[in-house]
Design a binder for this molecule. Sequence first.
Ligand code: BJW
Ligand code: ZN
Length: 238
Amino acid sequence: MHISAELQQLFARVKRVLVLTGAGISAESGVPTFRGGGNTAVWKGMPFDVISSAEMVERDLPAVWEWFDYRRNFLEELTPNPAHFEIASWQERFAELTLVTQNIDGLHQKAGSRAVIELHGNIWRARCTACGTTYSMVQQKRPDACLECGEALRPDVVLFGEMLPPGAFEFAAALASQCELCFVVGTSALVYPAAGLPEIAKAAGAYVVEVNPERTPLSVLCDEVLTGKAGEVLPLFQ
Ligand code: BJW
Ligand code: ZN
């Protein structure tokens, strides 16, 4: 693994850094990724883009809950890996560090990252389908129905065909257009609008670095591609 002299110098002097992460950063913690790696998520014969869709919430909410309850159970035992910890340490290193994640697993927060911009929600929260009240499921069960209005609850995550949390992308996009260095870690960069953030950073003049064992559609746009696992590559910046 070779980190260029240019990147090392930038890393030592820049003030504003943005990191976009995807499922690959949690792979070494034991979280299956969505695409590729032979570990593609399937639930009772349904590919994840069928079960994790707005349509399925309408059609069969109990099945959606079964799938998310199963995943929360599985995630409970998992811990952050060196990649999560390295990024958490960057909060102290840079004047402004923005961490934007597509992950819903909460492992960045477990590693000590604060103010994580979660574009696709969080698996540890439920949300009322009618009034939007949210309920934490961290070490507690969700109520059977909304305590405010009695309507059904759903996972507070962004499924295919749904809008991102209001303002989250716009906030991240504004920071992407101001950063000097942008890391794209462990994402297949296929899902939009998240995959648009490095494009915004690049267009605004940032140096864009990808960390991934495989190439992605973003690789050609990147100034540097660090081919390898996040948990092995990121600690090299220490
Ligand atoms: C490692 C590693 C290691 C392995 N170290 N790396 C423009 C064109 C066409 C379509 C659209 C468009 N704009 C929007 C859309 C529609 C859609 C979309 O993007 N579709 C594309 C697939 C084409 N987007 C949406 O629907 C979004 N909403 C939206 O745009 O609202 C406006 C709107 C509404 C209605 C109509 C149209 C527009 C919402 C997207 C929500 C995504 N939700 C999911 C599921 C969450 C719930 C759940 O978990 O079940 O989020 S999908 C899934 O993909 C999940 C992820 O966050 C997301 C991204 O995946 P990610 O993180 O990149 O993971 P993988 O598995 O794909 O890749 C892993 C990578 O890691 C690989 O590259 C490996 O090589 C690598 N890796 N080990 C480092 N150790
Ligand atoms: Zn409600």
